[in-house]
Design a protein around this ligand. Sequence first.
Ligand code: PLP
Ligand code: COI
Length: 340
Amino acid sequence: MERAKLDWSNLAFQYVKTDYHLEYYFKDGKWSEANIVESDRVELHIAATALHYGQQCFEGLKAFERADGRVSVFRVDENAKRMKRSAEKILMEPFPEDKFIEAVFKVVQLNRRFVPPYGSGASLYVRPLLIGTSGVIGVKPSTEYMFLIFVMPVGPYFKGGLKPIRLLVEEEIDRAAPLGVGDVKVGGNYAAGLRASHKAKSLGYNEVLYLDAKHKKYIDESGPANFFGITQDNKYVTPASSSILPSITNMSLRTLAEDELGMKVEQRPIDVEEIFDFKEAGCCGTAAVITPVKSIKYRDREVTYLQGDEVGPVCRKLYDTLTGIQLGTVEDKYGWNFEI
Ligand code: PLP
Ligand code: COI
């Protein structure tokens, strides 16, 4: 295999065209086999439910070239399950979990030359997408669907990698309602969050930190990632909320914090006032990995956890353990890596 010619250590989190993507079609009650496609365009019915009524959901996961030169994907079974939950919540035909895993393997194999080399700090981001394709103009579920999956080599989501970010607590804009669809990965949640992110960025922050929409009191999550805090007595605390996406990275960190760092883990409603007592905080997700939080602004107060570009010891240790498992330099006791 001849690797693609890219500046691997300086990749951003942005679209890069690779060689192939896969498409599967649901019609007459069954899913087709994979169609291997070179173009990065799709043709859709002008009345497709995905275009008008947001009948779509997606996933995000990463493949890594490990220290031993093999390629593995991280916890793909969990993404397969979550996509099924997302689909069911908005009455879409779910894509079978075993087929999802097969599709991930196949699309990575077909684009093997785009998997960033071990040590570059980059990875291959895999983006599965499920859309309603029937031309139905009444508000009702589609009868036909397309599942497509593409990949792109990426660097860190937040510029600079393990570089601390500043968050702004948002009180005027909600991302998701408690009984809505904030707990699944549907595009509408991201559209709902664009204004808040834009506002935070225009005020000089890197991202927004949402509060729960009902009480405006408890922390929900950040735009593209979950939130966690480290308390003075060394607990890993992370919000329990019906309006946040259950992050697979966060689930992994809860395990690592408990098993590897000997910390107590609490998943519970977190009063926003608690941010003033944390010793460290972080955002976590597939794209964000672990991004340390430098400071959080809430109303007229700002709490600062870190000076300059320093990274707190707990975030550092969690980051090293998680990325070590993904890259094959720390033993994968949990069976999280799926070798391709
Ligand atoms: N929260 C939101 C809104 C996200 O988009 C993501 C990214 O997938 C996450 C959290 C993190 O989830 P995961 O760790 O499964 O990537
Ligand atoms: C991910 O981390 O995979 C995401 O989907 C976050 C973002 C790019 C929307």
